[in-house]
Design a protein around this ligand. Sequence first.
Ligand code: PHE
Length: 345
Amino acid sequence: MSNLLQELEQLYQDASAALDGCQTLEETEAWHAAYLGRKGAVTAIVRGVGQLPREERPAFGKRANEIKVTLEAALRGRQERVALAEMEQALSAEGIDVTLPGRPQQIGKLHPTTVALREIVDIFTQMGFEVFDAREVETDELNFELLNFPPGHPAREMQDSFYTDTEDVILRTHTSPGQIHAMRKYAPEPIRVILPGKCYRNEDVTARSEMMFYQVEGLVVGRNVTFSDLKGVLLNYANQMYGEGRKIRFRKSYFPFTEPSVEVDVDCILCGGEGCRVCKYTGWLEILGAGMVHPVVLRNGGYDPAEFSGFAFGMGIERQAMNKYSIDDIRYFYENDARFLERVG
Ligand code: PHE
């Protein structure tokens, strides 16, 4: 064996041993410079190939190449092990236990009112209703007069209003003024709309009434709309919202803008009508107010009551959620207590 080849083999042994001794990435980099770099020892010997007799050069070149490739691979392996060891050391020095489970993230949910509203909108859109948006700030005229509440009429006291600095401008007390907006937009075409939105009443806050709450109004106007249509639509609503096979009942009532007027109940979803704490032992849960659109209101909306008829209904959205999820106090909805918000919906 030529001296040069012997030198190369010796260098290979030394380099391998030196690499095994490298404990940090810095050391491996220094090792690379010392052996394989431009000025490294292996590189220097390989350059000496010119001193060899011509016939020995191919074997030397082949072996030199093998050694370079092997050392480069060994370097990469060493660097990986050193990097891992350095990371483990850093982690244990910082006291981080990477095997600990992560902290659970709080995931947002829809508000119970939104959940109920979306269900209501789905049910009525399936029946061919469209959503109609109306404003929350109204005039006394739209909120009351055109709905057949004359000034000073005692029925106004059913709905105490919030007034604004501008005379006759109030926060709407119900979604019913939207009936007039819809009729004036569509007359003399037939109408089938629901109108969801916020309402405001200047009342004491109790378990059953909030100052701000949501309603969904429904309005159908056409040439042959009857009370039976109203019954069919509401029965379908009750079955979809509260479960198949639900019964509804109508109690006579009074609203200035409908005639006749009714209040509608569904049989208690907890006891099925037997009587329990949730239905206050009546067997029924109130769901909404409704009736046939009063001729005066039809006329105010631009329809001739001799040719057109209609029905309307109005429901509290929180009330629907209270019935469905057995919530006994409306105040929970807007107190923002996460325990309540997480439970429902
Ligand atoms: N606007 C009435 C209320 O707020 C509900 C209602 C709407 C009744 C439509 C009849 C028809 O109580």
